[in-house]
Write a protein that binds this ligand. Structure first.
Ligand SMILES: [Zn+2]
Length: 469
């Protein structure tokens, strides 16, 4: 499967190939992702193939877990520091022995394309070829051209956004800026750990926020000042957007006094679940106000039930594949925010979902109805060729192409970045090709749309072009 077009009709496949060829070499914009900035700041060689491609990839480890292979056998660290497999080759062989589990999945597509296009390895993975593939990738990783910064340049990344909490001192970004390398790595302001009072350790995070901002976060007004100060620091570190991962899309309009009371109850440990939800919803309005002032684009992604798999969380902690999507209401939940700021020309909100049924029923009509709203890329469970096609089919009627914000790779796996962008570009090419093949869109307009989706739209919507407000 060297160059999938994601089209079955030969004429459509031919047009898709042509459209894709027109954008294949455009630079990559990565306005939302979770690569560790220390990777590029330190520029050390990557570890072995398993620790690079398997251990941190929860799409891979969760599939193996679903078939009874515990994450500790795959090298995923335990919270209690207990023993896990450390031999890269052993982990790799375990994946290869179970490679059939990934037939038809995007994980297989991403990994195979990464082997081929990043490492030049054409051998098909399987139990018999595990060592050959491992050795070929390991040999590459030892070469200077495969260090993080060299790959950043080879991948054609124009800008890479990482994600940090307001309590992060942004030291890695400062280090990157100071050493004059030149690659554009920016931060993203992700305040969930200081907004969600239901999180373990919230009060400690609030104390840390006070320290780092030199504000008194023991009171609500000091908390707001602290957040504003940290946003300024993030903007200095290149940030153009904030990112808000809430359980629901609830937004709430409450007065200052009520908000301050909720905050106090949170700090005293007497807040109820309903208080916490109202406070999160209120803070989204507060952040919208801050965005109108300082220009950060707001990204909102509700709908994940975090750590659904309690046993997995107990053993390995967060972000290891235990989150599950839930049905999410946007129409009613976003109303307070949209009533207040939906028509505001200086506000930009990019909405994501894990609930694809919301695309045609709620999200596309909303994005097609409010100037402040844009639809984020299908991601997390939906960043696959089939789900990306369904996304375009679901949203184009009501939102067109220009209320969508372009692709985000949302990845921790640095080496998968070019492959993920390429899959998205091919999927969009296939969709546009279907319109051309049906004589619904001339080829030249499809080609222009293709370039906008791949490059120009995300650059504008995420303000990567230097626009501040
Ligand atoms: Zn993300």
């Amino acid at each position: 499967m060297p160059d999938p077009t994601f089209a079955t009709d030969p004429r459509q496949a031919q047009i898709a190939r042509e459209l894709h060829a027109g954008v294949r070499d455009l630079p990559l914009l990565c306005p939302h992702g979770h690569v560790d900035p220390g990777l590029l700041a330190d520029d050390r060689p990557f570890p072995d193939p398993a620790r690079l491609l398997i251990v941190p990839d929860h799409y891979v480890t969760r599939m193996l877990l679903s078939q009874g292979i515990p994450p500790s056998r795959l090298g995923v660290p335990r919270r209690d520091g207990g023993e896990v497999e450390t031999d890269g080759r052993t982990i790799w062989r375990l994946l290869a022995d179970n490679w059939h589990l990934f037939r038809g999945t995007p994980s297989r597509l991403w990994l195979e394309q990464t082997f081929r296009t990043v490492f030049g390895v054409e051998t098909r993975l399987g139990p018999a070829t595990a060592d050959d593939v491992y050795d070929a990738i390991a040999a590459r990783l030892a070469e200077p051209g495969f260090r993080p910064r060299a790959l950043f340049e080879k991948f054609g990344i124009e800008v890479l956004a990482t994600t940090e909490s307001p309590t992060d001192d942004l030291a890695q970004h400062a280090k990157l800026a100071a050493d004059g390398w030149g690659g554009r790595v920016i931060s993203t302001f992700r305040p969930d750990n200081v907004v969600d009072m239901e999180r373990e350790g919230w009060a400690e995070e609030i104390a840390k926020l006070g320290e780092i901002s030199h504000e008194d976060t023991g009171v609500y007004s000091g908390y707001l000042s602290a957040l504003r100060r940290r946003r300024e620091a993030f903007i200095k570190a290149g940030a153009t957007s904030s990112d808000h991962g809430h359980p629901t899309a609830t937004t709430a309009l409450i007065d200052e006094k009520t908000a301050a009371d909720l905050y106090d109850r949170g700090l005293r440990g007497t807040a109820t679940a309903a208080d916490a939800e109202t406070f999160r919803g209120h803070m989204l309005l507060e952040f919208a106000r801050m965005s109108i002032d300082d220009g950060l684009v707001m990204q909102l992604h509700p709908g994940a039930v975090r750590d659904h798999n309690r046993a997995l969380y107990a053993a390995h902690g967060r972000d290891v594949g235990g989150d599950i999507p839930q049905a999410t209401d946007y129409v009613h939940a976003l109303r307070p925010l949209l009533d207040a700021y939906g028509m505001e020309p200086h506000l930009r909100v990019v909405l994501y979902t894990l609930d694809e049924h919301a695309f045609s029923r709620e999200l596309a009509p909303l994005a097609g109805g409010y100037p402040a709203l844009f639809l984020g890329a299908p991601w997390w469970f939906l960043d696959t060729p089939d789900a990306m096609r369904r996304f375009r089919e679901a949203v184009t009627d009501a939102a067109g192409f220009y209320n969508t914000a372009g692709f985000v790779d949302d990845t921790r796996a640095f080496c998968s970045i070019p492959v993920r962008h390429d899959v998205a570009r091919r999927s969009d090419a296939a969709f546009l090709a279907s319109l051309v093949a049906q004589d619904r869109l001339p080829l030249d307009e499809a080609a222009e749309t293709m370039a906008d989706l791949a490059y120009h739209l995300p650059k504008k919507i995420f303000k990567l072009d230097g626009t501040r407000t």
